[in-house]
Design a protein around this ligand. Sequence first.
Ligand code: T5A
Length: 211
Amino acid sequence: MNNKGMFITVEGIEGVGKTTNIQFISEWLSNNNIEFIASREPGGTPFAEEIRNVLLQPRDEKVCDTAELLLMFAARAQHLDALIQPALEQGKWVLCDRFTDATYAYQGGGRGLSLDLIAQLETIVQGAFRPHAVILLDVPVEIGLGRASARSELDRIEQEKASFFEAVRQQYLDRADADPDRYHVVDASVDLPEVQNQLQDVLASIKARSS
Ligand code: T5A
């Protein structure tokens, strides 16, 4: 897969502030005259959004972990082919609310599926393609879940127990520790202006690396 633009993903547990801060990042990119698109996973194209609905809708039937994993990658394959790669090839930056790190964190850390299996699927779907930069918004689980439940009804995955999200958070932090050049960990437990101060520094460093 060829690309010219930068692919930046924003990650973190539920309610960490991804949606809120993606708006801030979008404004920063516009103010810096960077052409970009913003998208999200699971989803990002009409077909992938249909898969998102299937994945997140609360239901009585227990969804098996492998089915959940494969659907995440099915949506991702479509998203990459139809939206992400064409945009990058046109030189645009792509800002994405979650990507494959979420699969490692939720299906690997949370569900306990094999990280090797996830890595194999990652290679099948993405080849060697990886985000140029991952912004990990980090908060303690009780803060994230408190914000998410105050905001809206919980979807199928948000209904998991706190211990599930502890494992998700730990997997994210382990991945960030293992690759500090590509991962930017932001303390998202503080007030929004303080979070955005940190983000400005991160974005400046990503921009400096892109040129
Ligand atoms: N998933 C996804 C997988 O399991 N595997 C995968 O491979 C992928 C791609 C997707 C779900 O799918 C799972 C993970 C998810 O469970 P989603 O919509 O991306 O769902 O994820 P959510 O985490 O559910 O997104 P949310 O919209 O719930 O949370 P956000 O976007 O992180 O939080 P946001 O911005 O809506 O903020 C929540 C509330 O907190 C406030 C905001 O105003 C808002 O009310 N807030 C703050 N308050 C105080 N101080 C701050 N610093 C604040 N920042 C935000």
